[in-house]
Design a protein around this ligand. Structure first.
Ligand code: CP
Length: 307
């Protein structure tokens, strides 16, 4: 049986094109499963998974829990806000206590970049990074590429622009790694202040003009401005940001082609994207969420087979 090159999923940076192909092929099978009347398979009946979230989440947390339950794994959920982390317990102590309850796999979201990598070196369980600060969000990038492949047939050769707050975005970094691995052409677009200085070293071009970026692309992935990660102002006002970098129906309709519109969520309607665009037929935002369950089932299943 084909297997992943890694026993953890810590970032797209640490996996291969073959890993992505295998995850997508496995997700194709699970997508068929979750569209059956009985959406569950007994595959992981002997596996226990802990979802430990030190940061807020709606989509990722629910999607992982659903994926685990569809695979018949036993699931425990941990939110830092209601835990003994508040009493000063360390990350390793917290996770070792959870693991001593015979947990096989940990899905972790954490505000600190590299938290999953750190954990993987100190505990004996498979670790899946569900977002670590502004570093990586590998399952989001996998579901994003999977959704492009589903919509456009393949990712290779497609022009993808990632628009918005690139500087603070783990979604942007993981998407850049995933898209480049698969042979897509990638540009980033946003205010200069929200574009990392090293971005060219990732093989990515910068386009500061949203209209030019949209005229070039097949796919626009619109990102949220991450105010919670900013301690200074990176642009004058939200209104000006929306005027320069917000995707509106007027701009979309004025292009001479139909581009695919994506957003990882949560959306700030009226800032990076207007409601009529988010809900338009060019938007695949809810399709991304649906694909998230199949992708996470595939990742969990493939990592569980290496335990
Ligand atoms: N896309 C994403 O990570 O959303 P959540 O923060 O709601 O999980």
């Amino acid at each position: 049986m084909a297997e992943l090159s890694t026993k953890h999923l810590l970032g797209i940076k640490y996996i291969t094109k073959q890993d992505i192909d295998l995850i997508f092929k496995t997700a194709d099978n699970f997508k068929e499963v979750i569209n059956r009347p009985i959406k569950k398979v007994p595959t992981l009946r002997d596996i226990t998974i802990a979802n430990i979230f030190f940061e807020n989440s709606t989509r990722t947390k629910l999607s992982f829990e659903l994926a685990e339950k569809r695979l018949s794994a036993d699931v425990v959920n941990f939110s830092a806000g209601q835990s003994s982390v508040k009493k000063g317990e360390t990350l390793i102590d917290t996770v070792n206590n959870i693991l001593s309850m015979k947990v096989d796999m940990v899905v972790m979201r954490h505000p600190n970049p590299g938290a999953g990598i750190f954990l993987s070196k100190h505990v004996n369980a498979a670790i899946i990074n569900a977002g670590d600060g502004a570093h990586e969000h590998p399952t989001q990038a996998l579901l994003d590429s999977y959704s492009i492949r589903e919509k456009l047939g393949e990712v290779k050769g497609k022009n993808v622009v990632i628009v918005g707050d690139i500087l603070h975005s783990r979604v942007a970094l993981s998407n850049i790694f995933a898209l480049k691995l698969q042979g897509a052409n990638v540009k980033v677009c946003g205010p200069q202040t929200l574009i990392p200085k090293h971005i060219a070293s990732l093989g990515v071009e910068v386009e500061l003009d949203l209209r030019k970026a949209l005229e070039w692309c097949d796919v626009a992935n619109m990102l949220r401005v991450q105010n919670e990660r900013m301690d200074v102002s990176y642009f004058p006002t939200t209104r000006e940001y929306a005027q320069q970098y917000g995707l509106t129906k007027n701009i979309l309709d004025s292009l001479d082609k139909e581009i695919v519109v994506m957003h990882p969520g949560p959306i700030n309607r009226g800032v990076e994207i207007t409601s009529d665009v988010a809900d338009s037929k060019q938007s695949i935002i809810l399709g991304q969420v649906e694909n998230g369950v199949a992708i996470r089932m595939a990742v969990i299943y493939l990592l569980a087979s290496k335990l």
